[in-house]
Design a protein around this ligand. Structure first.
Ligand SMILES: [Zn+2]
Length: 483
């Protein structure tokens, strides 16, 4: 369960003479459906060169190169072929655009086989649920493998249209600016968002208060009907509770996708303004609500920092994943979807797990979030479980200190995420400074030890968490309740 990291450059700051291109995509699925998308991109405003990139990582599994059938081709408005140079697995350059192409636009075309779910690398990671597919009556599309974008210019208007078999509708997480034409939020939406087309069942949840209005669509693919009632019963309260926790609206529209289930157990991954979730339809109902609540609360929580469009560095992945997982237990417990007893038991298992985790004897939480994270194993679990315990410890310290502005972790995270300077990467320094403001220098030093030390440096903090979890569940619930 990780937030996909976009490796496209962030939009450049506006210069005196900004180079801006408008882009129009058409994604066509042939009828009768076959696992293929034909993408046409019209670019207006290009100068001497046009550089186009595919997103390198839009899912846990990064492919060595995008899946393509045949080469990417380009032509000018009169249909004249233009030279295309492939600079690397994910980049193409049109090196010498003639005046006609600069004035009247360039059209590029490529064909994407939608067979990602069959790739060995994807299956080995049980990662099918993040990738597109085409079935007889519906398809899951994904911006990452389909919508390559110019990278040597800022993006102006971005429009996406779908050419689909007769009767197929579109559920996209983007504003529909005219019938059938969608406007993704620039590069973020083009990076990894998901689009459901065809015979999906859709529910709409509208959350509205003085901070704004958010429309959440929940789309279930054919075959997922057994999940429907449980999904809606979980998504609705959790989305509302987390939007209140955030104290801000990361987006106006959002899409939850429950696509064809092809993995073992449960999986989820948050994208720019959409999320893919996977749950076994034959899960016993008594297990379904708890598991779904955790999954939805975890993944929707990712949209909070995700809404800023600035990635979390690997050194803070224990916050990005571990603090997020803390709230994935806490928010359902506060809503009565998870008994406090089960929250305490789960936190106890995390504590036992990190105490036995061989990785933490040698590696810090910050270091575990680097490349080693993607090897799974000890360091992967350490990032989640060590990060969760760090969040629990910090929340307990803050509640004990009862600082005016930062009385609990909810308030500290609002300050950390909502008040962050624009475009600045989240940093341990800022987080530690906030902890120091509420807890003083000792608290700040303890948080820094959590991030950069090993298990042996944290005996006192872990003992504190241990003692807390020894209380009866009602006391745990009273301590962690919403203020
Ligand atoms: Zn996650």
């Amino acid at each position: 369960m990780i937030a996909a990291v976009l490796l496209l450059a962030l939009p450049q700051a506006a210069a005196a003479d900004p180079h801006v291109v408008d882009v129009d995509y058409e994604v066509a699925l042939p009828a009768p459906p076959e696992p293929l998308a034909v993408v046409t991109l019209r670019v207006r405003g290009a100068r001497e060169q046009l550089v186009l990139n595919a997103v390198e990582r839009y899912a846990f599994t990064a492919l060595p190169e995008p899946l393509l059938e045949g080469p990417l081709r380009a032509e000018d408005a009169a249909g004249g072929a233009l030279a295309v140079r492939r600079d690397g697995p994910h980049q193409w350059t049109l090196p010498d655009l003639p005046a006609s192409a600069r004035e009247d636009g360039v059209t590029l075309r490529w064909r994407v086989p939608l067979t990602h779910r069959e790739l060995e690398a994807v299956r080995a990671n049980h990662d099918q649920y993040e990738f597109p597919y085409v079935a007889e009556d519906h398809a899951l599309l994904s911006a990452g493998p389909l919508l390559f974008a110019p990278t040597n210019a800022a993006l102006g208007d971005v429009r996406v249209r779908f050419e689909l078999p007769d009767g197929w509708g579109v559920v996209a997480p983007w504003p529909e600016v005219e019938p059938g034409v969608f406007a993704p939020p620039g590069r973020r939406g083009l990076g990894d968002d998901l689009i459901a087309v065809g015979a999906w069942r859709t529910h709409l949840v509208v959350a509205e208060d003085d901070t704004g209005r958010t429309e959440i669509a929940v789309a279930l693919a054919p075959g997922q009907e057994a999940l429907e009632e449980h999904v809606v019963g979980v998504v609705d309260p959790i989305v509302r509770a987390e939007l209140e926790l955030f104290g801000t609206r990361p987006f106006e529209r959002y899409l939850f996708v429950f696509a064809r289930h092809e993995i073992q157990g449960f999986g989820g991954s948050a994208k720019a303004s959409s999320m893919t979730l996977s749950a076994r339809p034959d899960t016993p109902p008594e297990r379904l609500t708890g598991s779904l609540a955790h999954l939805v609360a975890h993944e929707f929580h990712h949209t909070w920092p995700g809404g800023r469009g600035v990635p979390t560095p690997g050194s803070l992945r224990f916050v990005g994943e571990g603090f997020t997982d803390y709230y994935a237990y806490l928010v359902p417990a506060r809503l009565g979807l998870l008994p406090w007893e089960e929250l305490a038991a789960a936190f106890r298992r995390k504590l036992d797990g990190v105490r036995a985790n061989a990785g933490w004897a040698a590696t810090s939480l910050s270091a575990a979030g680097g490349d080693a994270f993607f090897q799974r194993g000890d360091t992967y679990r350490l990032v989640y479980d060590g990060g969760l315990l760090c969040a629990l410890w910090l929340d307990l310290e803050l509640r004990a200190a009862d600082h005016d502005e930062l009385p609990d972790l909810d308030a500290l995270m609002r300050a950390f995420v909502n008040d962050a300077p624009a475009d600045e990467l989240p940093s341990l320094e800022r987080l530690a400074a906030l902890a120091g403001r509420a807890l003083g220098p000792d608290g700040r030093a303890a948080l820094e030890r959590f991030a950069t030390g090993t298990r042996g440096d944290l005996s006192a903090e872990l003992a504190r968490v241990d003692a807390f979890l020894d209380q009866d569940p009602a006391a745990v619930g009273a301590r962690l309740a919403l203020r």
